[in-house]
Design a protein around this ligand. Structure first.
Ligand code: FAD
Length: 432
C-alpha cells in the first residue's frame, strides 16, 4: 500500500507530491493528461514567492517567458480607456515578483521537482473513483487502467475545479453557476521585437494588464499578458450573465481585441490557441465546510481556492500553497500513524494561518463587489466620463471645478455623491 496518492498534476498536485516526497513518503502523482500541464488553462501569470521554501532559487531554473515589471489596470467603456500603469525595475530582478509562463512547461517543471524528490508520476491515467476500506474510510483510488486500483493511506484530491473526487466524497456541494466564472483566452503570436516596442519592454521584461469593462456588459473583466513572443488576451465572465446574454465567450474576446485601446497592442497577432475553463469564484464564503475526511484531503481549485478580484487574478499560487500544506499535513499524519479526519484537520489550521486562507478571508467580499451590477455597469462609464470632463479644456467656458464635475457626472450615471462615498467605503472595506 502506498503512503499517498495525489490526483492531478497541476500546481496543487505537484506541490502536494513534492512536500510528501521531501518528507520521505512513498507517493504517486496521477495525471489524466499525457504530461503535466497538457490540459491546464490559465491566463498567464504565476507569483512564485510561495516556492521559496521548497525550491531554493527557483527563478534560476523555472521556464519563464517574461518577468512582470509593468502592472497596469485599465477601465474601459466602448470608446474610452483610463489606465493606471505601474512599473518597477525591482520586479525584473531576483527574487522577482511575477512571471508569465506556459502551463505546459511550468506544470511539467514543478512535477519534475516532485519526481526528483522521489515521487512517482503516472500520466495518461484517470482516477475514476475513491476506494474505501471496510469502515468506509477513503483508502486509495480506482483508475481507468485494467487492474489499476491504487490503495493508499491518504488521497489528496487536486483534480481541479468541480473536483469529481471531492464531490464523490461529499465535500463539495452541487456546482452552482453563480459561484463560478468562465475564463476564456486566446494566445496570439507576435514577434518579440513588436511586443517589446508596443509595451515599452526590454529583454525578458513583461506586462500584466487587468481590465474592468469592455466585456459587452457581462460582469467580469479582461486581461492581457505578454509572453516572450506571444500575447495572452482573454476574459473572466459571470456564467449566469453569459448564459442570459446569449453571447458566445469568443465574441467577448473579439470585442476586447477591437477596443481602440487594445487593438494597437494585438494588431497582426496570429491566433495560436483558444481555450476556456471554469474558475471557482465564490471566495472564502463558498469554500467547502470541510477540507479533510478520513484518508482524504482536497487542495487547489478542487477546494475552491482561487481569487479573481479585479485587482488580482490568482490561483496557481494558492494551488501551490494549499498543495504544500496538504502534503505536509498528510506526511505528519502518516508519521503519527493516524490519518483520520481529526488528524488531518491540521491542514485547515495551517491554511488559516498562512496566506492561502488569510487572503481569502480578508478579500471575502471582493469577488461579489467586483462582479456587482453597479461596479460593472456604472463605474467604468462614470470614471471615464469624470476623467474626460476633467481633462477637456472648455475655454472660453470656464472650468467647472472638480466637485461640480463629479456631482454632474455622478448624476448623469444615476448616482449621488453620497452613494459614491458609500461605494468607496465598501470597496475600501472589501480590499482592506
Ligand atoms: C482563463 C483563466 C485565466 C487564469 N489566469 C490565472 C493567472 O494568470 N494566474 C493564476 O495564478 N491563476 C490563474 N487562473 C486560475 C488557475 O488556472 C487555477 O487556479 C490553477 O490552475 C489551479 O491549479 P490546480 O492544480 O488546483 O488545478 P488544475 O490546474 O486545474 O489542475 C488539475 C489537474 O488535475 C488533472 N485531473 C483532473 N481530474 C483528474 C482525474 N480524475 N484523474 C487524473 N487527473 C485528473 C487535470 O488534468 C489537471 O492537470 C486562471 C484560470 C483561468 C480559467
Amino acid at each position: 500500500m502506498l503512503d499517498a496518492v495525489v490526483v492531478g498534476a497541476g500546481p496543487a498536485g505537484a506541490a502536494a507530491a513534492l512536500s510528501l516526497a521531501q518528507a520521505g513518503r512513498d507517493v504517486v502523482l496521477l495525471e489524466r493528461g499525457p504530461f503535466p500541464g497538457a490540459k491546464n488553462v490559465y491566463g498567464g501569470v504565476v507569483y512564485g514567492r510561495v516556492l521559496d521554501a521548497v525550491v531554493p532559487r527557483w527563478w534560476e531554473e523555472v521556464p519563464v517567458e517574461r518577468w512582470v515589471v509593468r502592472r497596469s489596470t485599465a477601465v474601459l467603456t466602448e470608446t474610452q480607456a483610463l489606465t493606471v500603469d505601474f512599473r518597477t525595475q525591482a520586479w525584473g530582478e531576483a527574487p522577482y515578483n511575477g512571471m508569465t509562463t506556459y502551463r505546459a512547461r511550468f506544470d511539467s517543471w514543478l512535477a519534475d521537482k516532485a519526481v526528483e524528490a522521489g515521487a512517482r508520476l503516472v500520466t495518461s491515467t484517470v482516477a475514476t473513483s475513491l476506494l474505501r476500506d471496510a469502515r468506509g474510510r477513503v483508502a486509495g483510488v480506482r483508475t481507468d487502467r485494467p487492474g489499476g486500483d491504487l490503495p493508499a493511506r491518504v488521497v489528496i484530491a487536486c483534480d481541479g475545479v468541480n473536483s469529481f473526487l471531492a464531490k464523490e466524497a461529499g465535500l463539495l456541494p452541487r456546482a452552482d453557476a453563480a459561484r463560478h466564472t468562465l475564463g476564456v483566452k486566446e494566445v496570439l503570436s507576435l514577434p518579440r521585437e513588436a511586443i517589446d516596442e508596443r509595451f515599452g519592454l526590454h529583454g525578458d521584461e513583461g506586462l500584466d494588464l487587468e481590465i474592468l469593462g469592455g466585456t459587452l456588459g457581462i460582469p467580469g473583466g479582461g486581461f492581457l499578458y505578454t509572453g516572450a513572443d506571444t500575447l495572452a488576451v482573454g476574459a473572466v465572465l459571470s456564467l449566469p450573465h453569459l448564459a442570459k446574454a446569449r453571447i458566445r465567450p469568443e465574441q467577448v474576446v473579439a470585442a476586447l481585441k477591437r477596443h481602440p485601446a487594445i487593438a494597437p497592442y494585438v494588431r497582426g497577432g496570429e491566433l495560436l490557441e483558444y481555450s476556456a475553463h471554469l474558475i471557482p469564484e465564490g471566495g472564502y464564503d463558498a469554500l467547502p465546510a470541510k477540507l479533510a475526511l478520513d484518508g482524504l484531503l482536497v487542495a487547489g481549485d478542487a477546494a475552491g481556492l482561487a481569487l479573481a478580484t479585479g485587482l488580482w487574478l490568482e490561483g496557481v499560487n494558492f494551488a501551490i500553497g494549499s498543495g504544500l500544506a496538504a502534503g505536509r499535513a498528510a506526511a505528519a499524519a502518516l508519521e503519527r500513524g493516524d490519518v483520520s479526519e481529526r488528524a488531518l484537520a491540521s491542514y485547515r489550521r495551517a491554511l488559516e494561518s498562512d496566506f492561502v486562507l488569510r487572503d481569502h478571508k480578508r478579500l471575502r467580499r471582493a469577488p461579489e463587489l467586483v462582479l456587482s451590477q453597479r461596479i460593472q455597469q456604472r463605474y467604468p462609464g462614470l470614471i471615464c466620463d469624470l476623467v474626460e470632463g476633467a481633462f477637456t479644456v472648455t475655454n472660453p467656458t470656464p472650468k467647472p471645478g472638480l466637485g461640480r464635475l463629479a456631482r454632474r457626472t455622478a448624476a448623469r450615471h444615476g448616482l449621488r455623491l453620497r452613494e459614491l462615498a458609500s461605494d468607496g467605503l465598501k470597496a475600501a472595506r472589501a480590499f482592506r
